[in-house]
Design a protein around this ligand. Structure first.
Ligand code: NAD
Ligand code: ZN
Length: 272
């Protein structure tokens, strides 16, 4: 159902989604309008609208396979001990389809261009923020479309095509023959860009968390640390997060995060 509003010369269509969140969106807009450094933290939820399922959602592999099983295989010890098992599982469940960024990814890039977003710190490994045009992106869990040689003196890098077309389950380096590893952070490995990610978050005037359950550490820890020192945190998520109680504004996503961001951006235009 669509609601139509008239505002001076402007006529626009507001969907039910926006109407349901009207008060929370207006509150978020007034907080963001006063911010000179807005940092956005994103999780798997921002990419579901692009067609990549999250882990914890209805179709996610934590639900279908069980979190323990996933963790047992997608960890650095399992990769070293049993590369065949790891790679068989990885090829089956982690070979993301080639998708385009969602409306939400594009809105964040647009808001960065307008000076409304300073940086995106993401747990995602799909590269969709970069693809959407965001310039300052800190990816703490690496990137799924790059593969690195594990040979100690080699460190050659490969693209997805090389791995996809490799004739055996375990892809090997063409230079030294060592096993290749996806350039993503496996359970048991330290995150990438630790200091940079923490600093960006702690320096934020306003922190906006989008599509994250805020249960994956250490990034969730940085958000927690921010929220104990500062007040201005906005959470946009489908369902509850571990830090809803600490947010100044929580926007519950019923349908589309992209639509919510578009509405926030449109309302911010009035503060120019
Ligand atoms: P998570 O902890 O970031 O949780 C995702 C959250 O997003 C859930 O609370 C879910 O209800 C919410 N959500 C789902 N659809 C949404 C929407 N349209 N708008 C707003 N919120 C929405 O992530 P996870 O699924 O528990 O995965 C754990 C980790 O695994 C991630 O942090 C990431 O590193 C990795 N992962 C990455 C991708 C990706 O790169 N696209 C996908 C799956 C998992
Ligand atoms: Zn090599």
């Amino acid at each position: 159902m669509a609601y139509v509003f008239e505002n001076c010369a402007n006529l626009w269509v507001m969907t039910e989604v926006i109407v349901l969140n009207k008060a929370a969106i207006e509150r978020a807009v007034s907080v963001l309008a006063n911010s000179n450094n807005t940092v956005v933290v994103t999780g798997a939820g921002i990419s579901t609208e692009a067609g990549i399922p999250d882990f914890r959602g209805e179709k996610g592999i934590y639900r279908t396979l069980g979190e323990d099983r996933v963790m047992q295989i997608i960890n650095i010890d399992a990769f070293r001990r049993q590369p065949e098992v790891f790679w068989e599982f990885y090829r089956k469940y982690f070979d993301f389809p080639p998708v385009e960024p969602s409306h939400a990814h594009k809105m964040l890039a647009r808001m960065e261009q307008k000076g409304r977003v300073s940086a995106v710190v993401t747990q995602n490994i799909d590269g969709l923020h970069d693809k959407a045009g965001s310039k300052k992106v800190i990816a703490v869990h690496g990137t799924a479309d790059r593969f690195v040689c594990t040979g100690s003196r080699c460190r050659a890098c490969y693209e997805s095509e090389y791995v996809r077309d490799y004739p055996q389950t375990v892809p090997r380096c063409s230079e030294c023959g060592s096993t290749l590893k996806p350039d993503v952070v496996l359970f048991g490995e330290p995150i990438q860009n630790y200091m940079d990610a923490r600093q960006q978050i702690m320096d934020a005037r306003v922190l906006v968390v989008i599509g994250s359950s805020l249960t994956v550490y250490p990034l969730a820890g940085f958000v927690k640390e921010f929220s104990t020192f500062y007040q201005d945190m906005i959470i946009i998520n489908k369902g509850p997060t571990a830090m809803d109680h600490a947010a100044l504004v929580k926007i519950e996503v019923e349908k589309s995060t992209g639509e919510i961001l578009e509405e926030i951006d449109r309302q911010l235009d009035r503060f120019k």
